[in-house]
Each structure stands twice: as C-alpha cells, then as structure tokens.
Design a protein around this ligand. Structure first.
Ligand code: GDP
Ligand code: MG
Length: 685
C-alpha cells in the first residue's frame, strides 16, 4: 500500500520552488567516484546545498542511463538546469566518472548522472554498469534511457545489453510483485522524424518484452510480467546540433513532464516513489552502495527495514533527548521530597511532544519498524516518567501524613472535641488531596497504579491517629492524675502528721472521695472525646492505678526513716512536755519525774514508757489498713495482674519496725536524760 505523499512543509516551500528565474543551478556532488567510493557528504548536500532534507517524501529521484557520449549530461542539464560536465567542456575523454548527483533547478528532484559505457569497450565496465544499475533502481523512480534513434531496433546493441542488466538486477532487488514500480523513460535522440515516435516505441516495447522473456527468472517469479515492475514512456528529441532551436523547444516541453505536476504526462507518479524519506536518503543510499560493492545479497525490503531501524533510532534518540531536557527540571525537586504540582500535565505534555516529534519524522519509514520503535520510544519515556511518578507518589504520601498530623495537632490542641470527628475530617481532607495528586500523574497506556500507596497511606494515617489517640488519652489521664496528686499530697501530710488511731479510715476515705471525683470527671471527658466503653474503662483503670501509686508513694515519702523519726519525736515531746490540757509542762524539782512515768524506776524504763507511747505509731504506720473503711480499693486491681497491689499495703516489714523501735529508743533515752539534767540544773540555782 502506498503511504501518503507529504505535502511540502511550509518552511521548505519557499520561493525557490515557485520562482524559476532567480534560482542559481544547484551544486553537483560526486556521489560515487571512479574508484567506487561513496561520498560522505550526501546529508550535507541534502540539507545545505539542495534544501531537501526536511521534505519527507516530497522529492523525486531520476537517473539517466545510456551509452557513453550519447548526450546524457547535456540532456540532464537541459531538463533539470543542472551543471553536469559534458564532453563539450572536458574535451575528448569520458567526462562522467562514477555517479554524480545534483538537484533540479526549481524542482525537488534529485538527478543522477550515471557513467555510461562505451559500446566498444564493454566488459571491464560491465561490472560497474551492473552496480550502477542496481543502485539506480534502488533509488530512482524514473530511469531515463538515452539512445540514438538509429540504435532502436538493434536488438543486440549495447543498449539492449544494458536493459537486460537493468531487468536482471531489478528482479534481484524486488523479490515480490506489487512493490514500487520504476518508470523507464526512453528518450530517443537525434530523431529525424521519418519514423514516427509510436513506431519507435513499438519496436522498443517488443524488444523489451523479448529481453524479459529470455531472462532467467528467480524462483517464484517465473511467470511475472515486465509490467509488474516497469512502466514505459517514450519521447524523442531532434538533433541538437542540426536543429538547435527545435531541440530547445522540444527539450523545454520534455522538461515540463518532470517539473509540472499538472502536466498529464507528469512522470513522478506516487507509485514510482521509493518511499525513502529525504532525511534517510543519505544513509539508505550509502548502505545500498556498500552492499552492492561488497557483493552481498541486496534486497530492498530488507534494506528499507534496516534503514528504518537506523533512522528511527536516530529520530528516537533526538526526540528522547528533547524529552529528557523537558522533564529534567522536575527530577531534583521530586528527589528532594517536594510535590511538583504541575507534574501531571507537564509529563503528558512532554510525552506528547516527544511522540509527535518522533511520529513526524519516523512515520515515513517502514511501518512495522516505525511502530516497533514507537513502542520502544513510548516505553522509554514511560520508564523515565515512572521514576517521577513514584517519587511524586512518595512525596504526596509524605505530604498527606504530615498535613494529617499537623491538622490533628492544631485541632486537638483546642478545647473540647470529638476525636473521631477530627480524625475523620482530617483524613478526608488529606486523602482527597492525595488522590487528586495521584490521579493527575497517572499516564494513559501504562499499568501504573497508586493502589499500594493508597493502602499504605490509609495504614499510616490510622497509625498516626492511633498514636495520637494514645497520646490524647494519656494526656487526659494525666490531667486527672495531677489533680488527684495535688489533693493526695495535702491529705497524706495532714493525716500522717497527726496520726490518730483511725488514721487509715480517715485518710483512705478522703482518698477515695478524691479519686472517685477524678474518675467521674475523666469518664465524662473521655465520653466527650468519643471513647467507647472499653476505652473509658481502660482510662479509669489507669487513673486508679496511677492515683493509688501516687498516694502510696506520698505515704512512703512521708514515712521514710528520718521523717518518721521526726513524727515520733514530736509525738513524744507532746506527751512529755505538755500536760493533759496541752499546756507546756514545767518540770519542777519537787516533781517526781520518775514516778510520773509510773513504773519507771530508772532512765531505761522511763524511756521505754515514752517510746511505747510513741511506738504505737510504728505498727499503725506499718500497714495501710482498709479494715475500717466500707470499701476497699483492692477490687480495682483484681484484674491488674502486673500490679502487686498487696505489696503496696505494707509500709514497714517486721524487721523494719524493730529497727525503727531501736533507733527511737535511743532518742527517747537521750531526751529523758536531757530533761533530768535540766531539773538538776534548776535545783543548783
Ligand atoms: P554523455 O557522455 O552521454 O554525458 O554525453 P555528453 O552530454 O557529454 O555529450 C557528448 C557529446 O555529444 C557532446 O559533444 C555533445 O555536444 C554532443 N551532443 C549532446 N547532445 C547531442 C544531441 O542531441 N545530438 C548530437 N548529435 N550530439 C549531441
Ligand atoms: Mg556525461
């Protein structure tokens, strides 16, 4: 199937192609030199000298064939305004070495002037003739076959040998029918006019078909017709030297068949086009020539595929480089953890641009190769974008968790709130933002997904919320624990300092009241917070335990050795120094101190009495005693296996009590002695 022939790009369709008088003839390039080397300058000429490189399929190629010195170069220069050297200029030698190429003046036509063979010296040149035929057929749409009128009908002449070669190599090149045909354009020179052109054409056609029939055809192509591969056209020109004006006139007419698309005999029909995009011509031509000179099998479909691979790769790399330049500015911010808000549309933009650039240049090449390379290009771009996608996703995730935590922080800091509502709203907000961001960077035609990230985010938000909840609950408990502590400090100090026998009942009842009040407030607070029953219970259990620990610690602090000694001493002094009415007792000499202490006969027994009085405190302090209270808090801790509640009840062990007894006895003795001395001192006055 024939692809569309490109319209000339506007940039290239300059005045050159419109205005015929101002344009200078194009420079010629020796494509293949006398030593059969292919030039490296084709692309430069295609671009700078001939301005064809961007024309896609909108250019044509014509080659000339024929014996040496039959006026080929002269003809080309006439038809195309080229400046190929002719024998008139370069006296008496073969002027055209190898193959020359130029561009037709005012037309997008590449013209190839092919070295002719001298009929007399065929043989050594046959090799090059074959090679140049191969090359011309692979590239040219139209082959001008140049011959004198008197050569027509000379079946065994040099021309016919040449045509046989053309046909043979054509069969080698085009293995299948239905590929691009080539137009054989016969120009009969020095046409005298006696024999009409139609007759000459008929003779030539007969000869062509005869040659074709006699060709050994490759397998599978035994039955093919010459017309499967070639179309013919015929034209005649008068004798240039004898009828120069007539010649010029006819040549001008002939020219229009090459330059004027509206001419009904216009030669460059789309079906002849070899479908080599102009930007690939250089590579294609040189690799074809390379194959030809190294005598390797040359089949054009393969060559076209190879060309497509080569050019599509070049086009792909150029488009990809542009693409990378476009997306590069996003790489650093994304790597550094920022969310690039414009990323989604920008990714799409650069991808679309890259593919458009690729399509524009590559779509002219072999379709399967182009499609394959397009997929490759797309995959390559996608791979690059996927890194950005993942980075952005990560950053979106990070931003969502940060904003979530921040929102909780802001809202939880203030007054009363329902935790669940706060969390739900915050989650909703950050999730919406996350999904919007993630959706924006999804790419059509990829299997990218953000499901994992979304699930991960859900998990992370739950975790943050849970953590936050624990913190809030602890804070809540802490608040009430603190209020319990404040009251407990006072209570403990108060009750222990003036320890009465019902010390524990008083203290514990007071404690229970304090604790119960805090508990009630905590439950109310927890309800407002949105706690369920389980969480409320949990809070209460924690508060109870912390409150108890608080009380317990306070009691122990108050009853450490030194503190309890002070308490005991105070108590003793109260008894000893104050009378029953609470008035200071002044011991007078006549007072029988010893007898006052009843059985006290000596210092030791007096001290014993005194200490006994005070010592009643030690066993009292030794155990927290719930027995007088109506309700024991023990049940609070029944289920709290880790908490050794029972142990908290013992303040002093038995040995500790003994130890305290001993210590205090010594203090009591000292006190008694001192009292006695003060009496003695008074007596001495
Ligand atoms: P080429 O070797 O085929 O390229 O031939 P050239 O174009 O170099 O011309 C070879 C010679 O033929 C030159 O001297 C030309 O002047 C002459 N010549 C060119 N055109 C014609 C023509 O139409 N008729 C005749 N008789 N001579 C021509
Ligand atoms: Mg020539």
């Amino acid at each position: 199937a024939e692809g569309p022939v490109d319209a000339a790009p506007t940039a290239a369709a300059g005045p050159k192609s419109v205005c015929s008088t101002t344009t200078a003839p194009a420079t010629s390039l020796q494509l293949i030199d006398g030593d059969q080397n292919f030039t490296e300058d084709v692309n430069k000429y295609m671009d700078v000298e001939w301005g064809l490189v961007d024309r896609g399929f909108d250019y044509n190629v014509v080659a000339v064939f024929g014996s040496q010195s039959t006026g080929k170069s002269t003809l080309l220069n006439k038809l195309f305004g080229t400046r190929f050297a002719t024998m008139d200029e370069v006296a008496r030698q073969q002027t055209t070495k190898g193959i020359w190429m130029s561009k037709g003046i005012d037309m997008n036509v590449l013209v190839m002037d092919v070295e002719g063979t001298d009929g007399r010296e065929r043989g050594e040149n046959q090799d090059f003739e074959r090679k140049s035929a191969l090359f011309s057929l692979a590239t040219a749409e139209v082959m001008i076959v140049n011959l004198w009128e008197h050569m027509v009908g000379l079946y065994n002449g040099a021309n016919m040998g040449l045509l046989k070669t053309v046909f043979e190599v054509n069969l080698q090149l085009f293995q299948k029918k239905g590929k691009e045909k080539t137009l054989l354009f016969f120009v009969i020179r020095d046409h005298i006019g006696n024999t009409p052109l139609e007759n000459l054409a008929r003779t030539l056609t007969t000869d062509l078909e005869r040659i074709w029939r006699e060709l050994t055809k490759p397998e599978g192509l035994e039955d093919c017709n010459i017309t499967d591969f070639f179309d013919y056209m015929f034209a005649a020109l008068p004798h240039k030297i004898l009828m120069p004006e007539k010649f010029d006139e006819e040549a001008l007419k002939l020219r229009s068949r090459f330059s004027d698309k509206d001419n009904q005999d216009y030669v460059f029909k789309p079906r002849y086009h070899k479908r080599i995009p102009a930007d690939g011509f250089s590579h294609y031509a040189s690799s074809i020539w390379d194959k030809i000179v190294t005598n390797r099998d040359l089949d054009l479909p393969t060559q076209q595929e190879l060309l497509a691979q080569f050019r599509c790769d070049e086009i792909l790399n150029a488009a990809y480089a542009e693409f990378i330049k476009g997306v590069k500015p996003f790489q650093r911010p994304i790597e550094s953890g920022k969310v690039a808000d414009e990323l989604g549309p920008e990714m799409k933009k650069y991808l679309d641009e890259a593919l458009a650039t690729f399509d524009k240049n590559a779509s002219r090449y072999h379709q399967q190769v182009y499609q394959r390379k397009r997929e490759e290009m797309t995959a390559k771009c996608h791979a690059t974008l996927h890194i950005l996608f993942l980075g952005q996703l990560k950053n979106l995730h990070k931003r969502a968790t940060q904003r979530f935590a921040q929102r909780l922080q802001e809202q939880l800091g203030t007054g009363t709130y329902d935790f669940l509502t706060v969390v739900t709203e915050a989650r909703e907000a950050v999730f919406t933002e996350f999904l919007k961001g993630a959706q924006a960077i999804l790419m059509e035609g990829t299997d990218w997904t953000f499901e994992d990230a979304r699930e991960q985010l859900e998990e992370d938000l739950s975790e943050i919320a849970a953590q936050r909840r624990t913190e809030e609950v602890n804070k809540m408990i802490g608040t009430y624990e603190k209020s319990v502590r404040n009251e407990v400090e006072e209570l403990v100090g108060l009750h222990l300092n003036e320890a009465k026998p019902d010390l524990w009942k008083q203290l514990l009842d007071a404690y229970k009241a304090v604790e119960a009040q805090a508990e009630a407030k905590l439950v109310e607070r927890a309800q407002r917070f949105g706690s369920g029953e389980a969480e409320q219970n949990d809070c209460v259990i924690k508060l109870r335990r912390r409150s108890w620990e608080c009380l317990n610690k306070r009691i122990r602090d108050e009853l450490v050795d030194n503190m309890v000694m002070v308490k005991l001493r105070n108590r003793l002094e109260d008894k000893f120094r104050y009378d029953e009415q609470g008035l200071p007792r002044v011991w007078k000499p006549e007072d029988d101190m010893d007898s006052y202490f009843q059985k006290a006969k000596d210092e030791a027994s007096a001290a014993l009495w005194m200490t006994n009085t005070a010592f009643k405190l030690i066993p009292l302090f030794a155990h927290i005693d719930w027995s007088k209270s109506e309700l024991d808090v023990a049940e609070h801790f029944e289920n709290d296996k880790e908490f050794e509640y029972a142990e908290t009840l013992t303040i002093y062990s038995a040995s500790k009590q003994q130890d305290l007894n001993m210590r205090f006895r010594r203090e009591a003795e000292a006190l008694f002695l001192e009292a006695k001395r003060s009496i003695v001192a008074t007596e001495a006055k």
